[in-house]
Design a protein around this ligand. Structure first.
Ligand code: ADP
Ligand code: MG
Ligand code: ZN
Length: 593
């Protein structure tokens, strides 16, 4: 048996390496730099710990989270390897003691926080050691294109350069897009490193997105279903954590909470309650979970929109560590987008805002995609696979049948053709729906043969079809514009009926009422109208039309026109009164708030 395997068994008690570990360890032992990307829970630690044990001298581990360092050191000490950590919680005398002890070979590993490298006296002390490896954990922190930029990571390279003998440098991360990867390799000064990238796929996580649902009801349904099973509920703000915690606690659920506003003792107590299964449900901000290795998390709910895909994937990655199934539910509401943007704009340094907003946009695109969610994530991390459908995400398992939308596509494409590709998407939609706004009349677009040929569809549906056509390459975006599209050779095939377009699209309107009060007022108006017009209420507006009006709160005739079931005639007859009800209601609401 070779040395590495013996250490794995004897020290760590594991019988075999996971994919990639052995190669990484052997490369390090041969003295070559390594850059390894492995998902959270993939087993990065032993990749630098086993070489640390087998090599002479000491391994410095640079790790960004002070709160984790003690745990990491405790757990390696627990398997009988002597290690120490140095961060702002350790005083100067103790540091000197640690250094002196290492000089006589007491420690195999010393964990340090990157900020230490900014301190001259510390750098001087540590330079006296025989350093055989520098392991950089969470290596993406060095890149400002990543999601966790840490300025002090930039001190690593100068530190390495100041050493009399260059040790082997190894870097580990769970999240790195190609851009971040290349940047990190450069900024850490890795020399021709061995690059290892594990597959990011975690088959046992089912990825589900639920749009515009009643979030509290949803959460209660899941936890009732999952009695006595562990789950994590992530919220983006502390106050949402507190609110949801009280709400569920009052209803008798066994909940714990965690965010950076709590006292250290509270955080620790709650965390332990959760880790030791005394409380099943953890409600937390993204401050919770770093380095947590609880194996039996059976569901992860995102109560609000995560800031980026990196965070999201890391957070759901805390589920199903034992390889058993874990259900991940993201509760997506478009209303969350502005508050997330606000958070980024107010809490991010100016030079990072654009990057963060770009990442948020990718997060929104992910939530909005009609295709396989897993595929989207894997592509995001640069992992293209042949398989199109995973059959373990809510898009793949969507009960909506894949439907043939060729006819709808043909109508849209011929409208593009008739208008000589001169108008933006919203005008195209207006023409197809037979809307007669000034732009339409002035340009005589109402005389086109395609005018009003999709009257029975909602604007949203037509826009969704157009989106599908763009995504599938059946039309192209006009260079440099966002809202203009043009025909290409694939469009011609559809127009000629040579190719079919398939998509999973919902034609139905959303029927959750967001504002009950307004809905009620609109029902009263409908009843009044029905009495004066002497027709049945549903002839005037169907329930689903009223729900849409209540949810969307149109402010003008044009916006009202965008609602399914509202045509020119209805606007003429009832438009003003509907708009007045909505307007007055909104006015009262804004005064109350
Ligand atoms: P990461 O840092 O990549 O998120 P860790 O290094 O904390 O992951 O490892 C996650 C878990 O996997 C730990 O409990 C660790 O002991 C376990 N582990 C690592 N390598 C193996 C292996 N070869 N066999 C079994 N368990 C392993
Ligand atoms: Mg780790
Ligand atoms: Zn899928």
């Amino acid at each position: 048996m070779d040395n590495t395997l013996r250490v794995l068994k004897k020290v760590f008690g594991f019988s075999s390496f996971r994919k990639g570990q052995r190669e990484i360890i052997e490369t390090i032992l041969s003295g070559k730099d390594v850059f390894a990307v492995m998902p959270t829970g993939g087993g990065k630690s032993i990749c630098y710990q086993i070489p640390a044990i087998l090599m002479g001298g000491v391994t410095l581990v640079i790790s960004p989270l002070i709160s984790l360092m003690k745990d990491q050191v405790d757990s390696i000490k627990d398997v009988g390897i002597n290690a120490a950590f140095i961060n702002s919680t350790i005083d100067k005398n103790k540091i000197i003691e640690i250094i002196e002890d290492s000089l006589i070979g007491k420690y195999k590993l010393i964990y340090i926080s990157p900020e230490r490298l900014e301190m001259e006296y510390f750098v001087k002390l540590i330079r006296s050691l025989n350093i055989s490896q520098i392991a950089v954990d969470e290596a993406h922190c060095v890149s400002q294109w990543g999601h966790d930029f840490r300025k002090s990571y930039r001190f690593i390279l100068p530190f390495v350069n100041s050493l009399a003998k260059r040790p082997v440098i190894t870097a580990f991360t769970a999240t790195a897009t190609e851009e971040v990867r290349n940047d990190s390799v450069k900024l850490l000064g890795l020399i021709n490193p061995y690059l290892h990238i594990s597959s990011f796929n975690r088959d046992n996580l089912s990825i589900n997105i639920h749009k515009e649902v009643d979030k509290l009801e949803f959460v209660k349904d899941v936890i009732r279903d999952r009695e006595e099973e562990s789950g994590i509920i992530y919220c983006s703000r502390r106050k949402d954590v507190d609110g949801l915690y009280s709400y569920l606690k009052e209803r008798g659920y066994n909940v714990a909470k965690y965010h950076s506003g709590l006292k250290d003792e509270e955080k620790e107590a709650f965390q332990d309650d959760f880790l030791f299964d005394r409380k099943e449900i953890m409600i937390a901000t993204n401050a919770f979970g770093m380095g947590i290795d609880k194996s039996n998390v059976r569901y992860v709910i995102h109560f609000s929109l995560p800031k980026n895909i990196e965070n999201y994937y890391q957070e759901i990655g805390r589920g199903g560590r034992d390889g058993e199934k874990c259900d991940c539910h993201l509760l997506y509401s478009r209303e969350d987008i502005p508050s997330m943007e606000y958070m980024i704009n107010t809490s991010t340094l100016l030079n990072r805002r654009e990057i963060e907003l770009r990442k948020l946009q990718a997060m929104v695109d992910f939530c909005e995609t009609q295709n396989c969610y897993r595929q989207f994530i894997l592509n995001y991390f640069g992992e293209g696979t042949v398989k199109q459908y995973c059959n373990n995400c809510s898009n793949c398992l969507n009960s909506d049948e894949l439907r043939d939308i060729t006819v709808e596509a043909q109508k849209i494409l011929s409208c593009l053709y008739r208008t000589k590709e001169r108008y933006g998407i919203s005008v195209i939609v207006d023409i197809l729906r037979g809307f007669s706004g000034p732009k339409i009349i002035d340009n005589k677009l109402n005389e086109l043969s395609t005018y009003g040929i999709m009257q029975e569809y909602s604007s949203k549906f037509i826009k969704d079809v157009i989106q599908t056509l763009i995504e599938e390459g059946y039309v192209d975006r006009k260079e440099g514009t966002y809202s203009m599209i043009r025909l290409n050779s694939k469009s011609i095939n559809i127009l000629k009926g040579k190719e079919k377009v398939m998509a999973r699209l919902k034609d139905s309107v959303d029927d959750t009422v967001l504002d009950q009060e307004l809905f009620k007022k609109l029902r009263i108006l409908r009843r009044d109208l029905s009495q004066s017009e002497k027709v049945k209420p549903y002839i005037i507006f169907s329930d689903s039309t009223l729900i849409q009006i209540a949810n969307l709160r149109p402010k003008s005739r044009e916006e009202l026109m965008n609602i399914r079931g509202v045509g020119e005639k209805k606007i003429e007859k009832y438009g003003d009164r509907v708009l007045r009800v909505v307007h007055n209601h909104t006015l009262i609401k804004s005064k109350v708030n």
